[in-house]
Design a binder for this molecule. Structure first.
Ligand SMILES: *Cc1c(COP(=O)(O)O)cnc(C)c1O
Length: 386
């Protein structure tokens, strides 16, 4: 399906709402029936009908169709956060006694689910270095029911070979789930590589304006239906019509924004790479990246996020750099219009800082929609201060 068609037309029935170009926000909790039998039939499958907006809602449906098509998946659900997409996708596919195999250091709230919540229900997890397929082969157990992936990771960007892992998982009847937030469906399509469930934080590039928190999950109709009928309806964590509307709005300009961000990111990476105060940069599409070949094989491109290691021996110099920026802001999240940094040292106490550990000197950068010259000039003046 043509991406222009998906973003501009798919799922939109303009003749049903005054030929308006923008879809209506169908801000209703419930839907009326005129016949008892119609109501009776509808109750049999809430996934197919409008009954109540905790289930299916017309504005959210437009977005679901577009997101499924972008991922080349049969179906999609939209959640009120990426974290709830993770929660529901995982919960739907484990039972007491099961084991999850996860890449090490997945998104923090995936870790908390694995470490804090699931053990209470006798579900265990093993974290492995996902850069080698052998590690997966060796760690799979009889009771492994999920392989949880995040490729690239959103801080140090380690990749997993998605095709090889999905083949391995299929041969053992294990469900594969991937967090695809870094790439978006434009730069990586895990479902086409055999992954079962693909999720992303739509808070990032899909919303694109730092004003909505949401998540998307795609997969086969069977897997998505199973999650809808249980975890989705039970947690009540579906996106609201207004948030779906904002995400549809964000989607219209997604290709243009990603193009711009990609172009700028390569320029910022190039400038930082050659800067004397920077030891090295980590970016999947840079030839220095250890898994560069795999990145080129399974990703169409990379954009926005990269990490640089500051060449310094002191925590205070890292803090000085971060606090000297005039335009690039210090904040979590990414994917919006604004450039951001987050230093690794912000997640540790001063006494834990070890200058010999390059990871402690890492700063993750998100390149936004400002001009690359503007961003580079700001980074450069702040580097000059240390
Ligand atoms: C932000 C993020 C999430 C969680 O998404 P929310 O919308 O914040 O709940 C999940 N995975 C990655 C990689 C993220 O960056």
């Amino acid at each position: 399906m043509d991406i222009s068609y998906i973003l501009n037309e798919l799922g939109e029935e303009r003749e049903n709402y005054f030929n308006a170009i923008a879809p209506p926000i169908v801000q209703t909790s419930n839907f009326q029936f005129k016949k008892v039998d119609e109501m009776r039939q509808t109750f049999k499958d809430e996934f197919k009908h409008y009954i109540y907006s905790r289930g299916i809602n017309p504005t959210v449906d437009i977005l679901r169709k577009k997101m499924a098509a972008l991922d080349e998946a049969e179906d999609a659900l939209v959640f009120n956060s990426g974290a709830s997409a993770i929660f529901c996708a995982v919960l739907a596919n484990v039972k007491s006694g099961d084991h999850i195999l996860s890449v090490k250091e997945p998104y923090s709230w995936a870790q908390r689910l694995f470490n804090n919540i699931l053990p209470r229900f006798n579900v265990s997890v093993t974290y492995i270095d996902g850069t080698s397929i052998t590690n997966f082969e060796e760690a799979i157990r009889e009771n492994t029911s999920i392989i949880y992936l995040e490729s690239p990771n959103s801080f140090m960007f380690q990749l997993q070979d998605l095709r090889a892992i999905s083949q391995l998982a299929k041969s053992k009847n294990i469900i594969t789930i991937i967090d695809n937030s870094f790439c978006t469906p434009l730069y990586q399509k895990p479902i086409t590589l055999g992954i079962d469930l693909c999720l992303q934080s739509a808070t990032k590039y899909i919303g694109g304006h730092s004003d909505v928190v949401a998540g998307v999950l795609t997969g086969s109709h069977q897997l998505i239906n199973k999650i809808f009928q249980s975890e989705y309806l039970n947690t009540g964590s579906g996106a609201t019509p207004f948030h779906a509307w904002l995400l549809i709005r964000g989607l219209r300009s997604l290709p243009a924004r990603l193009d711009r961000i990609t172009h700028s990111t390569y320029q910022v990476v190039e400038a930082m790479k050659n800067h004397p105060k920077i030891e090295r940069i980590i970016f999947p599409m840079d030839p220095s990246f250890p898994q560069y070949e795999l990145a080129k094989k399974q990703m169409k491109n990379a954009c926005g996020l990269f990490t640089f290691i500051l060449k310094t021996d002191s925590l205070s110099k890292i803090e000085k750099f971060c606090e000297s920026l005039h335009h690039v802001m210090m904040a979590v999240s990414w994917g919006g219009h604004e450039s951001l940094i987050i230093p690794k040292c912000a997640s540790m106490e001063a006494h834990e800082f070890d200058a010999k550990n390059p990871e402690h000197r890492a700063v993750r950068m998100y390149v936004g929609l400002e001009s690359p010259e503007y961003i580079i000039a700001d980074l450069t003046q702040a580097l000059d201060k240390i």
